[in-house]
Design a protein around this ligand. Structure first.
Ligand SMILES: Nc1ncnc2c1ncn2[C@@H]1O[C@H](COP(=O)(O)OP(=O)(O)OP(=O)(O)O)[C@@H](O)[C@H]1O
Ligand SMILES: [Mg+2]
Length: 241
């Protein structure tokens, strides 16, 4: 367990009377692509927001490369190498593509080098040609790539992707999956939240399943696809075919 890049132990999160996460534990190894699935409202986004410090931890531990990060501020956690994209892409639509990504790069760098980093990250996601476009003028697949570039610009070790493929068709989805695999090949560790099962099953090395804020299963895509509890809680009969 000590070679885990991220180790989450007995993590709980309450919103008033609502227990959004209960005693969630899992680890992610270096270079792994971990899938996180579960029904709407299961707590996936809450888990991401708690990991990166947007939500305060109610109880439990989060270790990033062996260091406890629970209770730290989001910018500190990002500077330590853990960052996320936002469900329902949250770009600054009136700003240029480059400036959107600059926001991420400025976390660690002065303006001059942040510009270079932002441009390199946009190049990395295939958007080198649209740096100066207004973000609001981009297509949905391009916006998803800007989200990725913005996360990359913070210089992460671990990146949490919250439904980056949500609005994409099959071809666009395959292109983003190729990009995610290439980020892993560059040494990143990745957790992917996605409702699209084909994407999750083909992309992920391992899958964790949440239901009502609790982990109900963990295993290989093949094992998860036939786990009776997961089928009952989430997959239904569709993925069994
Ligand atoms: N800031 C908040 N304050 C109060 N309750 C919240 C807050 N954020 C999330 N919740 C609640 O926590 C639970 C988990 O929500 P969450 O958004 O994490 O689910 P999810 O698994 O990401 O769902 P989806 O697949 O629809 O994105 C839900 O009951 C939700 O209403
Ligand atoms: Mg969510």
């Amino acid at each position: 367990m000590t070679d885990a890049v991220l180790a989450v132990a007995n993590l709980s999160k309450q919103f008033g009377g609502l227990q959004a996460l209960r005693d969630v534990s899992f680890t992610v190894a270096a270079g792994e692509i971990l899938g996180l699935i579960g029904p709407n409202g299961a707590g996936k986004t809450t888990l991401f927001n708690t990991l990166v410090g947007i939500h305060k931890v109610s109880a439990g531990s989060i270790r990033l490369e062996g260091r406890e990060i629970a209770g730290r501020k989001p910018h500190r956690i990002a500077a330590l190498g853990l960052t996320k994209t936002f469900q329902n892409v949250a770009l600054f639509m009136d700003m240029s593509v480059l400036d959107n990504v600059l926001v991420g790069a400025l976390l660690r760098q002065d303006l001059r080098s942040a510009r270079v980093t932002a441009a390199a990250c946009l190049d990395r996601v295939g958007l080198g040609a649209v740096l100066h476009k207004r973000a609001g003028d981009l297509s949905f697949p391009e916006r998803a790539r800007v989200e990725l570039a913005r996360a990359l610009a913070t210089g992460p070790r671990v990146i949490l992707l919250d439904e980056v493929m949500a609005a994409l068709n099959a071809v666009e989805m395959d292109a983003i999956m190729g990009l995610i695999r290439s980020l892993r090949a560059d040494g990143l560790t990745i957790i992917v939240v996605e409702h699209h099962m084909r994407a999750i099953m083909t992309l992920c090395d391992r899958i964790v399943v949440l239901n009502f804020g609790q982990k109900i299963a963990e295993g290989s895509p093949a094992a998860i696809a036939r786990d009776p509890q997961v089928v009952r809680a989430y997959l239904g009969r569709e993925y069994q075919a």
